[in-house]
Design a protein around this ligand. Structure first.
Ligand SMILES: C[S@@+](CC[C@H](N)C(=O)[O-])C[C@H]1O[C@@H](n2cnc3c(N)ncnc32)[C@H](O)[C@@H]1O
Length: 223
């Protein structure tokens, strides 16, 4: 099954399963943006889903939310209307691996529970870096492969069901942490059992720009 079909199907019960369970990560991400953004900053939320994060943003921010599942977005649009949200919010059906925005467009890009869902994570990372301003900020919240032997073995078993459950249960932290165009600002653990990671980066594309010396590669063993 394609990812959009899985989430079109899940749209009706998504909030019941993953609403409260993932809310801590959403609150932490929106909180970081609210604390650091200048007045009127442009924020892109990739993989907006049903828009559970939308009420959490500061009202002066300009939020653009994209997702590949139209049914998830229908819920997000309904939420904007029913909660009577005052924030400037644009909702668009778009593939995160082929973003239809110009380079350097957003001050912040945030992707919650999406990195292990997109079929092509490398294209996803390249695209969010491209549309984020140079020295802008990127936040990725995700579950990554556990370092615990037993849990890791279970995750590898589950990985065979990706086309049914809609995510890679054994997605390695290093895929995001060591992406060459991001510099880590902060890493924290979120949600139940601190089982998910929030990675907060500065966007520092390598091409033709002078930056401080590249940081050392990180290993998930340290986290
Ligand atoms: C686990 S849900 C997370 C939704 C939301 N961020 C949240 O906090 O609940 C993953 C979302 O990513 C979306 N998605 C998957 N692949 C995508 C892609 N290539 N482009 C855009 N959105 C995608 C799915 O449709 C789904 O809404």
């Amino acid at each position: 099954m394609k990812v959009e079909q899985i989430y079109d199907f899940a749209a009706g019960f998504y909030d019941h399963l993953f609403g409260r369970a993932f809310q801590h990560g959403r609150e932490k991400s929106a909180g970081r943006i609210n604390d650091r953004a200048e007045h009127g900053a442009q924020v892109l939320e990739v993989g907006l889903g049903t828009g559970l994060s939308l009420p959490l943003y500061r009202q002066d921010l300009h939020i653009t939310g994209i997702d590949i599942s139209e049914k998830m977005l229908e819920r997000a649009r309904r939420r904007v209307a029913s909660d009577d949200l005052k924030t400037d919010i644009r909702i668009m059906n778009m593939d995160a691996t082929k973003l239809q925005f110009e380079d350097n467009r957003f001050d912040f890009v945030v992707a919650m529970y999406v990195a292990s869902v997109v079929p092509d994570p490398a294209a996803f990372l390249r695209e969010i870096s491209r549309v984020c301003k140079v020295r802008g900020e990127v936040i990725v919240v995700n579950h990554f492969a556990s370092q615990n032997r037993l849990v890791g073995a279970f995750e590898r078993l589950l990985a065979g069901l990706e086309s049914v459950i809609g995510f890679k249960s054994d997605f390695p932290l290093e895929r995001v942490l060591n992406f060459a165009d991001f510099q880590l600002i902060r890493l924290e653990r979120v949600n139940a059992f601190r089982y998910w990671h929030l990675l907060h980066f500065r966007n520092a594309p390598q091409t033709g720009v002078e930056y401080p010396p590249p940081r050392l590669a990180y290993s998930s063993a340290a986290y």
